[in-house]
Design a protein around this ligand. Structure first.
Ligand SMILES: [Zn+2]
Length: 276
């Protein structure tokens, strides 16, 4: 067994997709030295993330946040993630109370999802700004979900508009599942952003240019499980241990040695999230 460590920077091990075999999935990850962050998407899934993190304290950490899709009437996310039947009303006080827990390592996921409806930007922006502010108050990283309209960088532009406020200057900013243009990636990198990439880079070519451009020090690998499994499990339920395949692909794209990339990734991501 190798002694490399890994951190799945963004996944949803607390979702019902893992209710039947969560302990086994975490054990598989543990046997390959893969730790994971369970990312909340609304109050209930944030609470569950903390519960799972407490149940598996050596392997799982949590975030709290309110995903922008939960503000829309139409439900664009997998039904699998819902605990209650209805979308909920955003309440920063609820998230703030949850975020006090010592297992909470970031505020996430929050941001802009304009893929289906760009007119949602205004209401999403208010909710995003409150969460960015919570991250600042608690001195925790902000891990964003920004999904632009097709062929656009609009979700990133909106996020930057909020974060341009000088009060957010020292906030640690992480762009989860980056899917914007190379120009926008350059702009975000200049502003000190980190980027996460998942299984999609093992089968889609359109991330290569951006990944080649970004320094490894600014990249984290995630699964976003149960979604978007890498090539060898494409279309199936994703799980944290599969991130190793994505790390291999990252090393390949960058023309670097896998072991070096893996060690670098783990050091950088565990430092940023203060996971040791
Ligand atoms: Zn996610």
């Amino acid at each position: 067994m190798s002694n490399l460590n890994f951190l799945d920077a963004h996944g949803h091990i607390q979702f019902p997709a893992f209710d039947a075999d969560r302990a086994e999935v975490i054990k598989r990850a543990q046997s390959e030295r893969v730790k994971m962050i369970a990312v909340g998407t609304q109050a209930e899934t944030s609470k569950r993330a903390i519960e799972v993190a407490k149940e598996f304290p050596d392997n799982v950490w949590a975030t709290v946040g309110f995903h922008p899709n939960h503000l829309l009437k139409e439900w664009h996310h997998d039904k699998n993630e819902q605990f209650g039947a209805e979308p909920e009303v955003f309440d920063i006080k609820v998230l703030k109370a949850l975020a006090q827990d010592e297992k909470v390592v970031a505020i996430s996921e929050c941001g802009f999802d304009l893929f289906y409806d760009a007119s949602a930007a205004e209401i999403q922006g208010r909710v995003f700004a409150e969460q960015a502010n919570l991250a600042r108050e608690l001195n925790k990283p902000l891990m964003m979900h920004c999904r632009p309209s097709k062929g656009s960088d609009n979700a990133y532009e909106y996020a930057l508009n909020v974060l341009n406020d000088p009060k957010f200057k020292d906030l640690t900013k992480i762009m989860h599942f980056y899917a914007g243009s190379l120009d926008m990636a350059k702009k975000l990198a200049d502003l000190g952003f980190y980027f996460t990439f998942g299984g999609v880079i093992t089968f889609a070519k359109n991330y290569e240019e951006i990944i080649k451009y970004l320094p490894v020090e600014r990249i984290f690998i995630e699964t976003d499980c149960p979604y978007v499994a890498p090539q060898s499990h494409r279309g199936q339920r994703n799980e944290p241990v599969y991130m190793i395949e994505t790390v291999k692909r990252l090393a390949e794209i960058k023309g670097l040695i896998f072991e070096d990339v893996a060690a670098n990734l783990y050091k950088n991501s565990s430092d940023v999230f203060k996971i040791h």
